[in-house]
Design a protein around this ligand. Sequence first.
Ligand code: HEC
Length: 207
Amino acid sequence: MREPVRFGASKSKTMRALLAWVTASSLLAGCSSSFDATRDAQSAAAAQARWRSSVDAIGKPVSEADLSAWNIDVAPNGHGLPDGSGDVATGGRIFAAKCAACHGAKGEGLIGDQLIGGAGTLTTANPKRTVGSYWPYATTLFDYINRAMPYNAPQSLSADEVYALSAWILNRNGIVPDDARLDAHSLAAIRMPNRDGFVPDPRPGKL
Ligand code: HEC
Protein backbone atom coordinates (compact mmCIF):
# COMPACT_ATOMS: atom_id res chain seq x y z
CA MET A 1 0.00 0.00 0.00
CA ARG A 2 1.27 3.49 -0.87
CA GLU A 3 1.63 6.19 1.73
CA PRO A 4 -1.13 8.77 1.40
CA VAL A 5 0.27 11.97 -0.06
CA ARG A 6 0.43 14.80 2.49
CA PHE A 7 -0.88 17.70 0.54
CA GLY A 8 -0.68 20.20 3.40
CA ALA A 9 3.11 20.07 3.82
CA SER A 10 4.11 19.94 0.17
CA LYS A 11 1.68 22.72 -0.71
CA SER A 12 3.17 25.17 1.77
CA LYS A 13 6.70 24.37 0.51
CA THR A 14 5.61 25.12 -3.01
CA MET A 15 4.05 28.38 -1.88
CA ARG A 16 7.28 29.48 -0.19
CA ALA A 17 9.29 28.70 -3.31
CA LEU A 18 6.85 30.59 -5.45
CA LEU A 19 6.95 33.63 -3.18
CA ALA A 20 10.76 33.68 -3.29
CA TRP A 21 10.68 33.57 -7.09
CA VAL A 22 8.14 36.35 -7.38
CA THR A 23 10.16 38.57 -5.03
CA ALA A 24 13.38 37.91 -6.92
CA SER A 25 11.90 38.59 -10.31
CA SER A 26 10.27 41.83 -9.21
CA LEU A 27 13.60 43.05 -7.86
CA LEU A 28 15.20 42.26 -11.20
CA ALA A 29 12.44 44.05 -13.08
CA GLY A 30 13.06 47.15 -10.96
CA CYS A 31 16.69 47.19 -12.21
CA SER A 32 15.84 47.70 -15.92
CA SER A 33 16.98 51.22 -16.79
CA SER A 34 15.00 53.95 -18.53
CA PHE A 35 17.57 53.60 -21.36
CA ASP A 36 16.27 50.08 -22.07
CA ALA A 37 12.66 51.31 -21.99
CA THR A 38 13.38 54.03 -24.58
CA ARG A 39 15.17 51.57 -26.84
CA ASP A 40 12.31 49.07 -26.60
CA ALA A 41 9.78 51.77 -27.49
CA GLN A 42 11.86 52.87 -30.49
CA SER A 43 12.21 49.36 -31.90
CA ALA A 44 8.47 48.71 -31.38
CA ALA A 45 7.70 51.92 -33.29
CA ALA A 46 10.07 50.86 -36.09
CA ALA A 47 8.44 47.42 -36.30
CA GLN A 48 5.03 49.07 -36.41
CA ALA A 49 6.16 51.37 -39.25
CA ARG A 50 7.57 48.42 -41.22
CA TRP A 51 4.29 46.53 -40.75
CA ARG A 52 2.26 49.59 -41.82
CA SER A 53 4.21 50.10 -45.04
CA SER A 54 3.97 46.39 -45.91
CA VAL A 55 0.20 46.57 -45.43
CA ASP A 56 -0.06 49.80 -47.45
CA ALA A 57 1.71 48.08 -50.33
CA ILE A 58 -1.14 45.55 -50.66
CA GLY A 59 -4.13 46.24 -52.94
CA LYS A 60 -5.58 49.67 -53.69
CA PRO A 61 -7.88 52.10 -51.87
CA VAL A 62 -11.58 51.14 -52.02
CA SER A 63 -13.58 53.58 -54.13
CA GLU A 64 -17.02 54.91 -53.22
CA ALA A 65 -18.45 52.94 -56.16
CA ASP A 66 -16.93 49.68 -54.87
CA LEU A 67 -18.30 50.39 -51.41
CA SER A 68 -21.81 51.22 -52.57
CA ALA A 69 -22.10 47.79 -54.24
CA TRP A 70 -21.75 46.24 -50.78
CA ASN A 71 -23.69 48.87 -48.92
CA ILE A 72 -27.17 47.46 -49.45
CA ASP A 73 -28.55 47.42 -45.91
CA VAL A 74 -32.16 48.45 -45.51
CA ALA A 75 -33.08 49.63 -42.02
CA PRO A 76 -36.45 48.81 -40.42
CA ASN A 77 -37.57 52.43 -41.05
CA GLY A 78 -36.82 52.02 -44.77
CA HIS A 79 -33.55 53.93 -44.77
CA GLY A 80 -31.44 52.53 -47.63
CA LEU A 81 -34.35 51.42 -49.84
CA PRO A 82 -33.47 52.12 -53.49
CA ASP A 83 -35.55 53.88 -56.16
CA GLY A 84 -37.92 51.74 -58.18
CA SER A 85 -41.26 50.03 -57.67
CA GLY A 86 -43.14 46.83 -58.38
CA ASP A 87 -46.73 45.55 -58.30
CA VAL A 88 -48.42 42.37 -57.10
CA ALA A 89 -49.14 40.85 -60.55
CA THR A 90 -45.55 41.31 -61.76
CA GLY A 91 -44.30 39.84 -58.49
CA GLY A 92 -46.48 36.76 -59.02
CA ARG A 93 -44.91 36.12 -62.42
CA ILE A 94 -41.35 36.51 -61.08
CA PHE A 95 -42.16 34.29 -58.10
CA ALA A 96 -43.41 31.50 -60.36
CA ALA A 97 -40.24 31.71 -62.46
CA LYS A 98 -37.56 32.22 -59.82
CA CYS A 99 -38.86 31.22 -56.38
CA ALA A 100 -41.63 28.63 -56.60
CA ALA A 101 -39.27 25.73 -57.26
CA CYS A 102 -38.02 26.01 -53.68
CA HIS A 103 -40.82 27.82 -51.84
CA GLY A 104 -43.84 26.19 -53.55
CA ALA A 105 -46.22 27.75 -56.10
CA LYS A 106 -48.24 29.35 -53.29
CA GLY A 107 -45.30 30.08 -50.99
CA GLU A 108 -46.34 27.12 -48.86
CA GLY A 109 -42.73 25.92 -48.46
CA LEU A 110 -40.73 23.08 -50.02
CA ILE A 111 -36.98 22.97 -49.51
CA GLY A 112 -37.23 26.74 -48.86
CA ASP A 113 -39.23 28.18 -45.97
CA GLN A 114 -42.97 28.68 -45.98
CA LEU A 115 -43.46 32.34 -46.88
CA ILE A 116 -47.24 32.62 -46.88
CA GLY A 117 -49.81 31.70 -44.24
CA GLY A 118 -49.47 31.09 -40.54
CA ALA A 119 -51.52 34.14 -39.48
CA GLY A 120 -52.84 33.73 -35.95
CA THR A 121 -50.73 30.66 -35.16
CA LEU A 122 -48.02 32.30 -33.04
CA THR A 123 -49.88 31.81 -29.78
CA THR A 124 -50.90 28.23 -30.57
CA ALA A 125 -49.05 25.00 -29.77
CA ASN A 126 -47.88 24.84 -33.40
CA PRO A 127 -46.70 28.33 -34.30
CA LYS A 128 -45.84 28.99 -37.96
CA ARG A 129 -43.28 31.77 -38.20
CA THR A 130 -43.57 33.15 -41.72
CA VAL A 131 -42.91 36.55 -43.27
CA GLY A 132 -46.62 37.25 -42.90
CA SER A 133 -47.23 35.93 -39.40
CA TYR A 134 -43.93 36.72 -37.70
CA TRP A 135 -41.71 39.35 -39.31
CA PRO A 136 -42.08 42.77 -37.65
CA TYR A 137 -41.00 44.94 -40.63
CA ALA A 138 -41.89 44.72 -44.34
CA THR A 139 -38.63 46.53 -45.12
CA THR A 140 -36.69 43.46 -43.91
CA LEU A 141 -38.40 41.45 -46.64
CA PHE A 142 -36.90 43.73 -49.27
CA ASP A 143 -33.47 43.56 -47.64
CA TYR A 144 -33.57 39.77 -47.35
CA ILE A 145 -34.73 39.01 -50.90
CA ASN A 146 -32.40 41.64 -52.35
CA ARG A 147 -29.42 40.30 -50.45
CA ALA A 148 -29.94 36.55 -50.37
CA MET A 149 -32.52 35.30 -52.90
CA PRO A 150 -32.89 33.40 -55.14
CA TYR A 151 -30.77 31.08 -53.04
CA ASN A 152 -28.89 29.86 -56.12
CA ALA A 153 -28.30 33.37 -57.55
CA PRO A 154 -28.26 35.98 -54.75
CA GLN A 155 -28.16 39.67 -55.71
CA SER A 156 -29.24 38.93 -59.27
CA LEU A 157 -32.62 40.73 -58.98
CA SER A 158 -33.28 44.37 -59.90
CA ALA A 159 -34.83 46.73 -57.35
CA ASP A 160 -38.09 46.69 -59.35
CA GLU A 161 -38.20 42.88 -59.19
CA VAL A 162 -37.59 42.88 -55.42
CA TYR A 163 -40.36 45.46 -54.88
CA ALA A 164 -42.71 43.33 -57.02
CA LEU A 165 -41.85 40.10 -55.16
CA SER A 166 -42.32 41.85 -51.81
CA ALA A 167 -45.71 43.13 -53.03
CA TRP A 168 -46.84 39.63 -54.10
CA ILE A 169 -45.68 37.91 -50.87
CA LEU A 170 -47.33 40.61 -48.73
CA ASN A 171 -50.50 40.45 -50.83
CA ARG A 172 -50.80 36.68 -50.46
CA ASN A 173 -50.37 37.16 -46.72
CA GLY A 174 -53.33 39.54 -46.74
CA ILE A 175 -51.21 42.56 -45.85
CA VAL A 176 -51.48 44.69 -49.02
CA PRO A 177 -54.34 44.82 -51.59
CA ASP A 178 -54.31 43.21 -55.05
CA ASP A 179 -53.60 46.52 -56.78
CA ALA A 180 -50.68 47.48 -54.52
CA ARG A 181 -47.54 48.90 -56.10
CA LEU A 182 -44.71 49.17 -53.62
CA ASP A 183 -41.82 51.62 -53.57
CA ALA A 184 -39.47 52.95 -50.89
CA HIS A 185 -42.20 55.11 -49.35
CA SER A 186 -45.15 52.68 -49.39
CA LEU A 187 -43.10 49.66 -48.28
CA ALA A 188 -41.77 51.52 -45.25
CA ALA A 189 -45.31 52.65 -44.36
CA ILE A 190 -46.64 49.06 -44.02
CA ARG A 191 -47.45 47.96 -40.50
CA MET A 192 -46.87 44.23 -40.15
CA PRO A 193 -49.35 42.15 -38.08
CA ASN A 194 -46.68 41.05 -35.58
CA ARG A 195 -45.05 44.50 -35.31
CA ASP A 196 -45.63 44.67 -31.55
CA GLY A 197 -44.93 41.00 -30.86
CA PHE A 198 -41.26 41.58 -29.99
CA VAL A 199 -39.84 42.89 -26.72
CA PRO A 200 -36.31 44.11 -26.06
CA ASP A 201 -34.20 41.57 -24.14
CA PRO A 202 -33.20 43.36 -20.94
CA ARG A 203 -30.44 40.91 -19.96
CA PRO A 204 -27.07 42.68 -20.24
CA GLY A 205 -24.77 41.07 -22.80
CA LYS A 206 -27.43 38.68 -24.13
CA LEU A 207 -28.61 38.65 -27.72
C1 HEC B 1 -32.76 27.09 -54.64
C2 HEC B 1 -33.82 27.24 -53.67
C3 HEC B 1 -34.40 28.62 -53.44
C4 HEC B 1 -34.85 29.52 -54.36
C5 HEC B 1 -34.86 29.40 -55.87
C6 HEC B 1 -35.36 30.64 -53.61
N1 HEC B 1 -35.22 30.42 -52.27
FE1 HEC B 1 -35.79 31.67 -50.78
N2 HEC B 1 -35.00 30.41 -49.39
C7 HEC B 1 -34.40 29.19 -49.69
C8 HEC B 1 -33.85 28.63 -48.47
C9 HEC B 1 -33.08 27.33 -48.35
C10 HEC B 1 -34.14 29.56 -47.45
C11 HEC B 1 -33.74 29.49 -45.98
C12 HEC B 1 -32.36 30.14 -45.91
C13 HEC B 1 -31.80 30.20 -44.53
O1 HEC B 1 -32.53 30.03 -43.54
O2 HEC B 1 -30.58 30.49 -44.43
C14 HEC B 1 -34.89 30.64 -48.06
C15 HEC B 1 -35.38 31.74 -47.36
C16 HEC B 1 -36.16 32.72 -47.92
C17 HEC B 1 -36.82 33.78 -47.18
C18 HEC B 1 -36.77 33.95 -45.65
C19 HEC B 1 -37.92 33.19 -45.03
C20 HEC B 1 -37.93 33.21 -43.51
O3 HEC B 1 -39.03 33.20 -42.93
O4 HEC B 1 -36.86 33.21 -42.90
C21 HEC B 1 -37.46 34.56 -48.08
C22 HEC B 1 -38.29 35.79 -47.79
C23 HEC B 1 -37.22 34.00 -49.39
N3 HEC B 1 -36.42 32.89 -49.25
C24 HEC B 1 -37.71 34.53 -50.58
C25 HEC B 1 -37.37 34.02 -51.83
C26 HEC B 1 -37.77 34.65 -53.07
C27 HEC B 1 -38.61 35.90 -53.19
C28 HEC B 1 -37.23 33.89 -54.09
C29 HEC B 1 -37.28 34.15 -55.57
C30 HEC B 1 -36.65 35.35 -56.04
C31 HEC B 1 -36.52 32.78 -53.47
N4 HEC B 1 -36.64 32.90 -52.11
C32 HEC B 1 -35.90 31.78 -54.18
C33 HEC B 1 -34.32 28.59 -50.92
C34 HEC B 1 -34.64 29.18 -52.12
